[in-house]
Design a protein around this ligand. Sequence first.
Ligand code: ADP
Ligand code: MG
Length: 364
Amino acid sequence: MKSSNFKDIITFFLIFNLIFLIGCNSKHSENKLKEDELIQQSDTTLKEQESSVHIEKQDNKLIGSAFLLNTYCEIIIYNKNDENLIYNTFELCRNYENQLSCKILSSEISQLNSRTINQVSDSTIELLQEALAFSALSDGALDITIGAVTDLWDFTSDSKIVPLSENIQKALETVNYQNIYLNDNQVIFSNAETKIDLGAIAKGYIADQMKVYLVEQGVKSAIINLGGNVLCVGTKEDNVGFTIGIQKPFEEGYVAGVHLNNFYQSVVTSGIYERFFEKDGNFYHHILDPKTGMPINNNLASVTIISKESTTGDALSTACFVLGLDKGMELIDNLDNVHAIFLDQDGNIYLSEKLSEELQIDTL
Ligand code: ADP
Ligand code: MG
């Protein structure tokens, strides 16, 4: 493995400081990584309620940040001193959020869910198609018709309400991705109560669209970071790929750094430490089992997917989390151009079969 050449340091502050020991048992890792040299996945737990865009200039880069998609988002553009590009790219993000979020009443998805409309825009259809394909690929582990169940839970406020079991059972009857059919731009529901939630995949799709826009505008080198979904444009100046830090669950710091290249540009993590609450000694997090309507409980702490596109990474990180270590890893090992890092709650790290053949990964 060639030695790493790190230059860019981006620091996000973590607000959780629980001790959760991680021992790296990776068979594949050889290089030691310096923690302060990583491009770090941003902390989705930041609760800054600010919608305005901040821009800062540092050497050859512009750093834009904003609170969107209910998380801390960042765009870094290298070698192009154009602040409008940052504003416009965040505007694009905001428009997609307003179109796709089931939490925003006027969105296309909310209007589909209330059966106010049945025709949606091309981009919503495109994402629904992809989401249904991943729902099928994961045999319903990812199921975008989980909306009636996710409506019962709230992992963002301090309410800490565990839904009544009878309400969960009722909502579960509406969950089945096969309840939706797409016909051109029309969305047809075979169950009157079924609701769509694209929360497991929309951030990835939006990141991909932001990248398309930046590339169209002539950007050759950039990082889009939507609260844990990191998508790169190109490489750094010297043609060295960006290195992304894989976060330790519940703790400040990183277990590994993945060296991206011109093909692998996306790193997405789904974890139990992102959104959760504790009540009566029980731990509840936001990745739900579509069969029980309860947070999935399989000893995983996080799943990271490395891929070309962020939509793929977002869908598969959630799907693999629900599938668990064995079935999730099997799914990844049977796919081309996708790699995974699973972390369990005992501090073990598992890499997918072909990861270290195709990418360089260093552990800390
Ligand atoms: P994050 O929101 O941190 O990016 P994920 O991509 O894993 O995390 O998505 C989790 C979100 O997806 C939840 O907040 C919920 O809206 C939705 N969701 C939870 N469980 C499932 C599931 N099994 N299938 C589809 N969507 C889910
Ligand atoms: Mg996801």
